[in-house]
Design a protein around this ligand. Sequence first.
Ligand code: MG
Length: 389
Amino acid sequence: MKKVAILGSTGSIGTQALEVISQIKDSFSVISLGAGKNIELLKRQIKEFCPQKVSVLDKSDADKLSVEFPNVEFFFGENGLEQLVTDKDVDIVLVAVSGKIGLKPTISAIKHQKNIALANKETLVMAGDIVMPLAKEYGVEILPVDSEHSAIFQCLNTGASSKIKPKKLIITASGGPFKDKPLQEIQNATAKEALNHPRWNMGRKITVDSATLMNKGLEVIEAHHLFNMDYDDIKVVIHPQSVIHSAIEYEDGSVIAQMGIPSMHIPIQYALTYPKRITGIETESFDFVKIAQLTFEAPDFEKFPALKLAFDAGKKGRTFPTVLNAANEEAVMSFLDGKIRLTDINYIVETLLNKHVPIENATLEDILSIDEKTREEAKQMIEQLLCSR
Ligand code: MG
């Protein structure tokens, strides 16, 4: 019986993880849930999964919930997540929160020797140079939940090949809702249009990132850290059907790809049950004939500069990816609030990357302070943009 803590239980990955777990209840017990402000959904999850500990964002919610569920221990705020991940009863922590909030609890979980099922790519983008060596030091597995990284992880785990380093990683991208749209239309896209993803049903932040292709850029940086690959050996290919979730290429020209229907249940389950494979939610057999056709295109770096910004920030390394992530996160939130245009996100990220003076061998404190400073600068830029229109 594996004991799981789920951070971000009411989000897109969190709810799907609980769907997976409810199918394989004999192998898993949910020890704790971390959520934000979706208290109604959280209450239903508490009733169904009977966790021992629960953390929410606000103290007032924690107080109210303690009255309703006297057998559950409640926490709140950043310290709340810390309490969940350091719990001695927990074996594996699913980090499924969105954005920078995932970083500190992931580091604490590693230091308490919990295996990590990582769905929060921002953690590795912000601080991959700290997180990966730390995981090695503490003997902790970082199991990717992101479908592309799960795919690469699965390709790398095939038999005798598992000891051979591939020549290349090939990360696939659906291309998002604006793949074939003219730049003009992308510029004026509303949040509703950006949130209308053709293949995947995901949280709001990641869906906007998918529309700008920043998501793919963040995934490139994530892959660099997870699989210790040079940026020049990571390729992105647009594959609108989202059936091949990513691939690896070996020196001899052989390519191994991982395929499946576009469902997050599969990578979530694999991260939780690894190295085992068991029957889960997706029981329908993969049907090549029904899929019939798979197509591929090169990414358009002109129309989607975010992908290039991310590659460049990754190659420059040091604290550039931290700036990329912070500027992007702030800009995406403003876009979702209807304040700025979709293409302003790239402008803000690029401007802040250009003026960034990097820190060598940055500590966690350095990273958090750069993150904060960048967010402040992004907010100022957004204000200026608003005033100039
Ligand atoms: Mg992904």
